[in-house]
Design a protein around this ligand. Structure first.
Ligand code: FES
Length: 137
């Protein structure tokens, strides 16, 4: 064991694991909504998200995504946490995504905010269709 590895190990022990980040070997950055899932991981089946609707799906490692399927071949995914105060938004209904806490509304295709108080739109998470599955990109 070299001196740097030993020092980083000691920092990790004394900082409850936070010292590893300072040594450049910390845990991988988490992307909002995706939990511990990685690019290529399956997040849902296309059958779970019928055309013209949307669904909240649980993702490995405590993640959750809002999938929206505006057409047969297009699936969009958003972090469902409302940018206002973090409430999980509802899947689209009547052509709009609504936050149940303070009624911000969002465009179901772009995630853009339509009416506040949310200061911005939903954060999109890149996904793609792979056969019968929706996978993280
Ligand atoms: S938490 Fe969504 S509008 Fe306030």
């Amino acid at each position: 064991m070299d001196r740097r590895t030993l020092l980083c190990g000691l920092l990790a022990l004394t900082a409850g694991g936070g010292g590893l980040t300072a040594c450049g070997a910390g845990p991988p950055a988490r992307r909002p909504g995706v939990g511990s899932a990685r690019p290529g991981d399956r997040v849902a089946g296309l059958a779970d998200d019928p055309v013209g609707s949307g669904a909240l799906v649980d993702v490995a490692g405590d993640g959750q995504l809002l999938l929206v399927r505006p057409s047969d071949e297009v699936v969009r995914a958003f972090n469902p946490a409302c940018p206002h105060q973090g409430t999980a938004v509802n899947p689209p209904a009547a052509g709009v995504i609504t936050c149940p806490t303070h009624a911000s509304t969002f465009d179901p295709v772009s995630g853009a905010v339509l009416t506040g108080p949310s200061p911005r739109g939903l954060a999109e998470v890149p996904v793609s269709v792979a056969g019968p599955d929706v996978v993280l990109s």
